[in-house]
Design a protein. Structure first.
Length: 320
């Protein structure tokens, strides 16, 4: 080969070949390392029950902010960044969620909006009945996953009651859910509005220049919007595949079972996660005790120890 028989001026053939082999040796491991590193999804489940209170929303805000900050710190030096996914389960254990507490639902919707601004991916999981103002935080999530028998809406028990909801509450839906079609949001409250398919948009009001001429109404006169899985899928409101339970969500999104654990899974529980990933010695023991005390000061009543430690002093491990 030319590279072996020809010399670079001022150097020898052997030195040229050695330099080339050294360069190749340096490049190959880096390429393999980059190819082997794949993006993973770190996920957290949060149960949102029918009995959610303002205090629980505040706990959700605190815990999710802490988890997101820790996640970002763990990703700082990684060439391939992982995804951080928060899954709000609006039907824990299949129970219906029918809150009429607008203020509390508004708080949660704002927290979801803030999480998405901070870079978290947020998914609403609906596998039962969700209606009343509970639909506001669901719609605030950029991704909605439903089971085949799930029902989302209506916002009130009758079209008349929906039409009488104060305007400031109606405006909150448009403000907090700008990624949803305006006509669809308006139809939650306006029984006189007729909604049809658009030429370039999925959903528009009848009479809109983008409306498909002669299209059958998606939601007709005298009714307000509510969504079965099939209806939601048809208009692009939810993901195409129905998922029956949390296990199906884990499988669909290829989540690591080690990275998925519930946050605030039961009312009154305030969890704190502590990762232990160093050699077991006196220094680790003191650090762990300090972190546990800080968690207690922050009102945590459930400690989740993520043990990744290896080696060290067995007597210290026994003491811990």
């Amino acid at each position: 080969m030319d590279i072996i028989t020809k010399s670079i001026p001022g150097t020898g053939t052997v030195r040229s070949l050695f330099g080339l082999l050294l360069l190749v040796g340096l490049l190959i491991p880096a390429s393999r390392s980059q190819a082997q590193e794949k993006q993973k999804t770190v996920a957290r489940f949060i149960s949102v029950s029918n009995s959610i209170t303002s205090e629980i929303v505040k706990r959700i805000e605190k815990v999710t902010a802490l988890e997101l900050r820790r996640f970002k710190q763990s990703q700082a030096a990684r060439p391939v960044k992982d995804r951080f996914l928060i899954i709000f389960d609006f039907n824990p254990e299949g129970a219906p969620n029918t809150s009429t507490q607008f203020g509390i639902c508004l708080e949660l919707a704002r927290e979801i909006q803030e999480l998405q601004k901070e870079g978290a991916e947020v998914l609403a999981f609906v596998h039962g009945t969700v209606k009343g103002h509970s639909i506001l935080p669901v719609l605030a999530c950029r991704t909605i996953v439903m089971s085949r028998d799930a029902e989302l809406g209506p916002v009130a028990d009758s079209p008349k009651e929906a039409s009488e909801i104060p305007q400031f509450k109606v405006d909150a839906y448009t403000e907090l859910v700008p990624h949803r079609p305006k006509a669809l949001l308006k139809k939650l409250f306006d029984p006189d509005l007729v909604v049809v398919r658009g030429k370039t948009k999925r959903v528009v009001a009848q009479g809109d220049p983008d409306a498909v001429v002669g299209a059958a109404p998606l939601f007709g006169f005298g009714e307000v919007a509510s969504f079965s899985f099939l209806k939601a899928r048809a208009i692009g409101l939810c993901e195409q595949d129905p998922l029956a339970d949390r296990a199906a969500v884990v499988k669909k999104y290829r989540l690591s079972r080690q990275s998925v654990y519930p946050l605030l899974s039961h009312q009154g529980i305030v969890p704190a996660r502590i990762v232990v990933d160093d050699v077991v010695d006196g220094k680790l023991k003191e650090s762990l005790i300090g972190r546990m005390r800080r968690a207690a000061q922050e009102k945590a009543n459930l400690l989740l120890l993520d043990l990744r430690c290896h080696g060290g002093d067995p007597e210290v491990a026994y003491e811990i």
